[in-house]
Structures are given as C-alpha cells and as structure tokens.
Design a protein around this ligand. Structure first.
Ligand SMILES: [Fe+2]
Length: 166
C-alpha cells in the first residue's frame, strides 16, 4: 500500500472508531451516569489510539506516523489521567495512592517509548502491543473499580438518606 494511503487509512480507522461511540444511543452505552459515559468514551479513545499505534508499528513503513500517534497517545493519556485523579480527590477515593502510582508507571512507560522512538529507534510491534496491553489491563481493573466507587459516591451525594458507600 502506498505510504500516503497507509497514513490516511490508519487515521480514518481511528476516527471511525471514535465516531462510533458518539452515535450510540444512550441505551447502548454501558451506563446512564454522565461520568461513566465520559470515562468510557475517554478509555475508548485511549485504546483506539493504542490500537492504531500497533497497526502503524506493524506496517513498519512510516516511522513518522507511529511517532505522531505515540505523541497523541502520551498527550491524551496525561490529560485523561489528571481528570481521573481530580475526580478521585473529589470523592476521597480510598485507593487514590495506588491508582496514582499506576498512572505514574503508565506515563513512564509511554514516555520511555516516546524517548526511544525519538532516538531514531523505531517502535517495534511488540513494544506497541505491550503499551496496548498495559492500558487495557489498567482500564479493566483499577478504572473499573473506581467507576463503581464513583457511581455509588454520586448516588449517595445526590440522596444522602441512601445507604452510605462501603
Ligand atoms: Fe486510571
């Protein structure tokens, strides 16, 4: 596939993936509360960027494109983690410190990959797959627990007479 077609096709795949969640009906979404919807959408963007990075790394034809996607993933993850951390502080989340440490570890891995990539070492497909696996693991475990906690906290904040969160 010519280089420009490859570049356009990869970005189209990413934007199609992100657009697909914007057009879901509320009933199709995982939850009806706004935080969960926003967070699920942000996780979808993060995973779509990581998957697009894997595709770019596996084609091995356009290192500038892989670099561009990695830059986007690092910047997006930085902002997304910060927004999660602010919500955790808002609700006095008891696992804040552990969750924060995991964000820090993920950012270090992402920054290390970007630094290696910036030193003219092309991001290898296994390195890109490892990034995707780490993000997917974080989202399906720690983030899931936080979303559940935040949902209960929000419910209790809206109705203080409801049973307290445990
Ligand atoms: Fe998180």
């Amino acid at each position: 596939m010519p280089l420009n077609h490859c570049r356009v096709s990869l970005w189209h795949g990413f934007y199609d993936s992100v657009e697909s969640i914007r057009h879901r009906s509320p009933g199709d979404r995982m939850s009806s509360d706004p935080y969960s919807n926003n967070t699920d959408a942000e996780h979808h963007v993060q995973l779509s960027l990581a998957q697009t990075l894997c595709e770019a790394a596996s084609t091995g034809v356009d290192t500038a494109l892989a670099r561009e996607i990695l830059d986007q993933l690092v910047a997006y993850s930085d902002v997304h983690f910060l927004s999660e951390q602010l919500l955790m502080r808002l609700c006095s989340y008891p696992d804040y410190d552990d969750h924060l440490s995991d964000h820090d570890r993920l950012m270090l891995k992402l920054e290390a990959a970007r630094q290696r990539d910036g030193e003219e070492q092309t991001l290898t497909p296994p390195a890109a797959e490892a990034i995707l696996a780490l993000l997917a693991q974080h989202i399906s475990t720690r983030d899931r627990r936080f979303v559940d906690f935040f949902r209960d906290w929000s419910r209790h904040a809206a109705k203080p007479e409801s049973p307290p969160i445990t």
